[in-house]
Write a protein that binds this ligand. Structure first.
Ligand code: SF4
Length: 140
């Protein structure tokens, strides 16, 4: 009888990856089903992250995700490839991972607040401020 060789898939270390649709959703259904508790994220995070050193590649987290954010590493779509590194980076350089997420998907709330608060002086010249005056951004 001849010796059996390891198949290519046995030689590749795989993990699962959380991608962009998790941002600002964080449903956490995946956390409930993960048998090794390797999906992490705090209130300061806009998304959840899978620790590649703990994930056992069972795939249990894929179906419960309501926004289809989780992929096997080899199946991550081309436009989501950045999240491969971001999931890893979160466990070594947390702030850098958070900044990368903000770069890829800027938070809506902070920009809106800033644009209202920095209205050009031409909009306010000649106006007499009163307690009832509310500066509102013009809608298109
Ligand atoms: Fe957890 Fe399994 Fe999903 Fe890995 S594939 S994050 S072990 S549920």
């Amino acid at each position: 009888m001849s010796a059996t060789k390891a198949t290519p898939t046995e030689a590749i270390a795989m993990t699962y990856v959380i991608t962009e649709t998790c941002i600002d959703v964080k449903d956490k259904s995946c956390v409930d089903v993960c048998p090794v508790d390797c999906i992490h994220g705090s209130d300061d995070d806009r998304m959840l992250y899978i620790d590649p050193s703990e994930c056992i590649d069972c795939g249990a987290c894929i179906d419960p995700c309501p926004v289809d954010a989780i992929y096997a590493e080899e199946d991550v779509p081309p436009d989501q490839q950045a999240y491969l590194e971001i999931n890893r980076q979160y466990f070594t350089e947390r702030q850098a991972a958070r900044r990368r997420v903000d770069e890829l998907r800027p938070s809506l709330g902070s920009d809106d607040v800033r644009s209202v608060g920095s209205a050009p002086s031409a909009m306010t010249e000649g106006l007499t401020p009163s307690p009832d005056t509310t500066l509102r951004r013009a809608l298109p």
